[in-house]
Write a protein that binds this ligand. Structure first.
Ligand code: PEP
Length: 252
């Protein structure tokens, strides 16, 4: 059985008090309302990792970061390393989010280095991939996503690859209110799984959790999560409201 995962990506939102209040609400709601075995992760901004991690201790909600640098340490002013994130309690890390790729020009090669360090430090990396609307319209979306996997993940050994969680996030669906249809999501998730199978075999492919991300909300999560190759969601906007986020988790 593949792991079902719902991860919240708070992005650059909330101040300290708001972050603590939201994390506390999520923790309590998950504790009292969620009866399924979904893994729940909160990927919070760097300054909130330690205090939110302390608040979540002993709960079933895991702590995640939203990025990590590709180098171990050194003169990289303003950057944060995987080792630092580990030392404050994070166990998941989002890598390759389309906003990082677009605004910070992260490349597949750079992401391969980030993945290596994240694995070295014992993280579960949530590797994001996904095409632009233009690429979908040109019908090159599947080959584009496959190339993202080829260039950032397929150098990994089988045992390391099994530590990865993949998030398929069509760029045109992120923060736009436009969600991929269940057919579009299932088609791409299946293509991703087949591609993994061609590199690592069907047994490994069947074990990898592939999350959907892009305007996932309580009212569309159920049908998306019902797709055979969709194993959960990476949730942006809707993770900023505890009620919505927990309702998404309960959609399984
Ligand atoms: C995201 O940024 O990972 C995301 C899925 O955002 P949203 O849910 O707001 O579309």
């Amino acid at each position: 059985m593949r792991k079902k995962i719902v991860a919240g990506n708070w992005k650059m939102n909330k101040n300290f008090d708001e972050a603590m209040a939201l994390a506390s609400e999520v923790k309590n709601m998950v504790n009292t309302e969620v009866t399924n075995n979904t893994i729940v992760v909160l990927c919070v901004p760097f300054p909130f990792l330690y205090p939110v991690g302390k608040l979540l201790e002993g709960s079933r909600v895991a702590l995640g970061a939203q990025n990590a640098h590709e180098k171990e340490a050194g003169a990289y002013t303003g950057e944060v390393s995987a080792g630092m994130l580990k030392s404050v309690g994070a166990t998941y890390v989002i890598l390759g989010h389309s906003e990082r790729r677009e605004y910070f020009k992260e490349t597949n090669t750079q992401l391969a280095e980030k993945i290596n360090l994240a694995i070295k430090h014992g993280f579960t990396p949530i590797f994001c991939c996904g095409e632009s609307l233009d690429q979908r319209n040109q019908n090159i979306h599947i080959s584009f996503v496959k190339s993202q996997l080829d260039e950032s993940l397929f150098h990994l050994s089988e045992s390391d690859f099994k530590k990865i969680v993949i998030a398929y996030e069509p760029i045109w669906a992120i923060g736009t209110g436009v969600t991929a249809t269940t057919e579009q999501a299932q088609e791409m998730h299946n293509e991703i799984r087949q591609h993994i199978a061609s590199r690592y075999g069907t047994s490994v492919a069947s074990e990898i959790s592939i999350l959907y991300g892009g305007s996932c909300k309580p009212d569309n999560a159920k049908e998306l999560f019902a797709c055979p190759d969709v194993d959960g969601g990476l949730i942006g906007g809707a993770s900023l409201k505890a009620r919505d986020f927990v309702d998404i988790i309960k959609s399984f």
